[in-house]
Design a protein around this ligand. Structure first.
Ligand SMILES: Nc1ncnc2c1ncn2[C@@H]1O[C@H](COP(=O)(O)OP(=O)(O)OP(=O)(O)O)[C@@H](O)[C@H]1O
Length: 310
């Protein structure tokens, strides 16, 4: 059968997608935690999942891991159902606040988890990849917050997974530990592993992700490289004093996505500030005090996630 005749999900599975989410929904009573998410992640991609509190990131992660069942839609991880993918050791996960056995040593805990998998890698290798080989004899109850996170990372690595799912992995880490953590992740992605991480640190998305998916109120509101997200959000902002202008003609200028006019003071969002500026000077020869500012990822994030619910 030709793959072009297959429906979307089957086509992605046939093409070997690392993660395929189709029409995914999960509601908790009136709360639409995940509200119709479609997402395909290719093998080897490093994807950052961003969004404000309550956007649905953790619920999406739980659905990918099979920790919760969708109300509608489908999840596939390397062509398998989530529970099967977890059983096969294809997914390694590092979740917020995952429990450790407090009286056991780090080496014992990682060794125990290794024993649960069919084809684990050596516990010592996972500990080294997570940068905690020196903590092997330390009891878990003695670990600091950042060290606990790295031990959870070692546990995620022990099945030698093809896909790593990390939910706010660096939340408890100091600057130095965070840097080491991302260094270790880079070494792993260089070997072709797929990584999906949820984070509130925009600079982590900017520095380490090939692709950013921005969620808001259970839906994907932007999906692309950091540069594409910035451009989608707002491009640049032009401010000027424009005698004789009116709102209706400002929004018709090329590249303008939004215009705000207070008296003669205009604030204009544009995806093509050069074209907007040329047209502006043409239409309003009396324009003065012109100022153009670039929008950063943080502004883009706020612009895309803070709009009122429709
Ligand atoms: N088990 C649950 N029961 C009821 N509501 C839930 C449950 N889990 C999540 N929610 C709600 O679903 C919405 C999405 O939550 P989720 O934890 O997925 O968001 P998030 O993007 O991970 O947020 P944060 O950045 O704060 O971790 C929130 O409104 C949350 O209160």
């Amino acid at each position: 059968m030709s793959t072009t005749t297959l429906p979307g999900t089957e086509r992605e599975i046939a093409a070997g997608a690392a993660i395929s989410l189709r029409g995914l929904r999960k509601h908790f009573g009136p709360v639409r935690a995940v509200d119709g998410v479609d997402l395909t992640v290719a093998p080897g991609e490093v994807l950052a999942l961003l969004g404000p509190n309550g956007a649905g990131k953790s619920t999406t992660v739980d659905l990918i891991l099979g920790l919760t069942r969708p109300d509608a839609g489908e999840v596939h991880v390397f062509g398998r159902r989530p529970d099967q993918a977890v059983r096969d050791g294809v997914i390694g996960a590092m979740l917020q606040g995952g429990a450790l056995i407090e009286d056991a040593t780090v080496g014992e805990v990682v060794g125990m988890v290794a024993a649960l998998h069919r084809r684990p890698q050596a516990a010592a290798t996972a500990l080294a990849e997570a940068g905690v080989a020196d903590l092997v004899k330390r009891r878990c109850k003695k670990l600091s917050g950042g060290q606990r996170q790295r031990v959870r990372f070692a546990i995620a690595l022990v099945s030698d997974p093809d896909l790593l799912i990390l939910d706010e992995p660096t939340a408890a880490m100091d600057v130095e530990t965070r840097r080491h953590f991302w260094h270790n992740i880079r070494a792993l992605t260089a070997t072709g592993k797929t990584v999906l991480f949820a984070t509130h640190y925009l600079e982590e998305a900017e520095s380490y992700a090939d692709r950013v998916v921005l969620m808001r109120a259970g839906a994907v509101v932007a999906d692309g490289t950091v540069a594409q997200i910035r451009a989608t959000a707002a491009g640049r902002t032009l401010r000027a004093v424009l005698p004789g202008s009116d709102h209706g003609s400002l929004v018709l200028l090329p590249g303008v996505t939004h215009a705000d006019l207070r008296g003669e003071h205009a604030t204009i969002a544009s995806t093509d500030s050069d074209a907007t500026l040329r047209a502006l000077l043409n239409h309003y020869p009396g324009a003065r005090d012109i100022e153009i500012t670039t929008v950063g990822l943080e502004d883009a994030f706020l612009a895309l996630t803070s709009q009122e619910d429709k």
